[in-house]
Design a binder for this molecule. Sequence first.
Ligand code: GTP
Ligand code: 5AD
Ligand code: SF4
Length: 325
Amino acid sequence: MKDGYNRSINYLRLSVTDRCNFRCRYCLPSKGVEWLKHSDILSYEELLRLIIVFNCEGITRVRLTGGEPLVRKGIVDFVAAISKLKVLDDLSLTTNGSLLAPMAEGLKAAGLSRVNISLDTANPSRFTQITSCGRLDDTLRGIESALAAGLTPVKLNVVLTEEFSNTDLAYFIDQVYNFPVNVRFIEYMPVGGQGGNGPSIAEIKDMLNAAGLGQLEPAAVDIGNGPAKNYRLPESKGAFGFITPVTDHFCVNCNRLRLTADGKLIPCLLSDRAVDVKTPLRAGASDEELAELFRQAVREKPERHCLCRTSGHSDFGHSMSQIGG
Ligand code: GTP
Ligand code: 5AD
Ligand code: SF4
């Protein structure tokens, strides 16, 4: 379905839980996050019905997000149930990777195509500092297992916070040279977490050029629904991606809606607009009534966000973890 700015909306980011076993500084405020009650979270049956209804309105790609989607019980069976519908072209998941190692093969067998994994540093103590309680080894094992299970392309999400260092950059260059991974540098969005004044993508490109690795060549990376611009180095197995929500927003190509774990359709990540689907769903709404709520959310998509590097955003009343990034 097209929105009011002639953009085709075919991608749904579906948050299955607001809970997370990490507390990344840039994603969650340090205090005052209240988890949703279980009864407020849409059941898998409710989510499957919504996927079917939204698919009839043009959604052909779904990404499962959180919080951390792998903390929700029954997630592998849910992936299998979505796959069984046979209505999607792409079913993917964004995870912090910590619980992935023992689940990767099961997720692949259930029909998941691919995973994006958050990894901001390969320094164990800094990893724990950023995530508050995460252990680097768990996430590294998750990445290895995803590659081994064929959940490819495996994409690594690196949020650029003020602590990002040349040592981190050297690690990610090494990954891109030696493994078929897509390392995506993401500008920190100042919306309630703490990331400080991290480097911009232009600064990262300068750091890469200064490393004397050769010319970055634009690359069409396999499958992707998102805003990354991708580049390869000569003879690298993987690729870099650059995501610039702040210095060069990509709203003109926006193709997505978000569904929060408590059943609100969010027309834009960086706005507080929301269309409640849960209340009508639980009050017995018909498929056509649910489809109309979807169309309403599409109609309410703003032309662009107005986040800026210094002032942050005033129209943002939730944490990134509540909305799934
Ligand atoms: P692919 O399907 O693999 O292209 O995934 P993706 O890039 O859409 O998903 P992922 O969950 O890995 O998100 C990567 C980063 O892009 C995260 O930091 C998101 O918060 C950010 N991002 C994704 N969608 C939007 C958006 O609509 N607006 C903004 N400003 N940022 C977004
Ligand atoms: N700015 C940029 N990216 C963020 N993410 C979470 N919070 C922020 C933020 N403030 C990213 C996570 C995850 C993705 C879904 O969103 O790193 O990879
Ligand atoms: Fe959890 Fe991901 Fe947010 Fe970190 S970025 S707190 S792993 S949802």
